[in-house]
Ligand binder design. Structure first.
Ligand code: PMP
Length: 387
């Protein structure tokens, strides 16, 4: 058997479990009404929570950024790829999050891949929520620290694990908003445990930044938490409508990350033009209360009008609104039926979510209208009623 035969066998196994993912192609800018694979669709897939991805002010800021700064950064930040506009963006993000200092990255994946290894290593221990994003799992493995995974949001279980640990240094890692469930981590309890056990606390607020808290400052601001042992990760490809990410925290800690994070040191800096446009994105977030109010109204409308019998709308307080179906093939069939009705809602299956919890992941945006939500509700009612 050749390597290629082996690979074909594995692919066939995936197909048998309804785990083959389909990549669709959009021919319009990011937004609820899109041309997808040549069809006009109403979409509930993106993380463009505030509807900024296609905002004219961001498009104009990108143009302006390119005119001022040209194309690429040309090198990694610590070589010669760090520009005044990166510096301004980091200062703006620090002011906005209320953290002493921030470090700007090309993607959230790179932050999460690198940050754990900068704080802990062999002989140390990481304590991670079982539902954490894949990038945090990968980052934990890369650090070579022991990797303890506690049941989702179970702070009592976490306390037991921390108490039993003899590790030299400890790091607690959690999503702020869980990307496939939409619920918010028990952040105050986690910080209290971090203090009690002298641990770092890393919060990946990819889905809370721009959406939660005063002016969209994120889940930690919503909970009123700040501490030197707290590190916040924000991503800029979701509510901020562009791309990039940052880690925020106490000044010396961020300096240490800048000196040691391999995913910072050994990668080309993001284009300065992007940093320029991100300054506008932060302004739009800061002044985006009306957009956040629309999101809240859409979520309320969905909960008020959707009555499911076999499936379950999960009780999420964020724009991530999952409908749990359970079986992989059933979730896929539901997504396909929605697709046929002109609605694009992704079916999320293992390994992204635990086995037996396949779901439709509805993602709401301020760019949706009340009519869009009504159409979604009617379609879900009709499709759930089909045998
Ligand atoms: N963390 C979470 C919780 C995410 O959902 C994602 C992206 N899906 C990331 C990190 C990665 O961020 P980025 O897309 O900027 O790489």
């Amino acid at each position: 058997m050749t390597l290629l035969d082996h690979l074909r066998g594995e692919m066939a196994e995936r197909a048998a479990k309804a785990l083959i993912r389909r990549r669709r192609t959009l021919d319009t800018p990011c937004g609820p009404h899109a041309v997808v694979d040549g069809r006009e669709m109403l979409t509930f897939c993106s993380n463009d929570y505030l509807g900024l991805a296609a905002h004219p002010a961001l498009a104009a800021a990108l143009k302006e950024g390119v005119a001022r700064w040209g194309g690429g950064a040309g090198a990694a930040h610590l070589v010669s790829g760090h520009y005044a506009v990166h510096e301004r963006l980091e200062a703006r993000l620090a002011e906005f999050t209320g953290c002493e200092r921030t470090l700007f990255f090309s993607t959230g994946y790179m932050v999460n891949m690198g940050v754990a290894a900068a704080l802990v290593g062999r002989g140390d221990a990481i304590f991670a929520d079982r539902l954490n994003h894949a990038s945090l799992v990968d980052g934990a493995l890369l650090s070579r620290a022991e990797h303890h995974r506690y049941p989702h949001a179970d702070t009592a279980a976490l306390a037991r694990l921390l108490a039993a640990s003899t590790a030299r240094r400890k790091l607690i890692v959690t999503d702020g908003v869980f990307s496939m469930d939409g619920d918010i981590a028990p952040l105050a309890e986690l910080l209290a445990l971090a203090e009690a056990h002298d641990a770092w606390l890393l919060v990946d607020d990819a889905h809370g930044f721009g959406v939660l808290g005063p002016q969209g400052r994120g889940a930690l601001a919503a909970a009123g938490l700040a501490h030197w042992r707290l590190l916040m990760v924000g991503t800029l490809g979701k509510a901020a409508g562009l791309s990039g990410a940052f880690v925020a925290g106490q000044g010396e800690v961020i300096e240490w990350l800048m000196q040691t994070m391999r995913t910072y040191l050994f990668t080309t800096g993001a284009p300065p033009a992007l940093a320029h446009a991100l300054l506008t994105a932060i302004d739009l977030i800061e002044h985006g209360d009306a957009l956040r109010a629309r999101l809240t109204a859409h979520r309320q409308q969905l909960h008020d009008t959707l009555t499911l019998h076999r499936w379950q709308l999960m009780p999420s307080p964020t724009p991530i609104q999952p409908v749990k179906i359970g079986d992989n093939a059933a979730a896929l069939a539901a997504a396909n039926a929605l697709w046929d009705a002109g609605l694009w809602v992704p079916a999320i299956r293992p390994p992204t979510v635990p086995p037996g919890t396949a779901r439709l992941r509805i993602s709401l945006s301020a760019a949706h209208t009340a009519d869009d939500i009504a159409r979604l509700t009617e379609s879900l009612h009709r499709i759930e009623a089909q045998p």
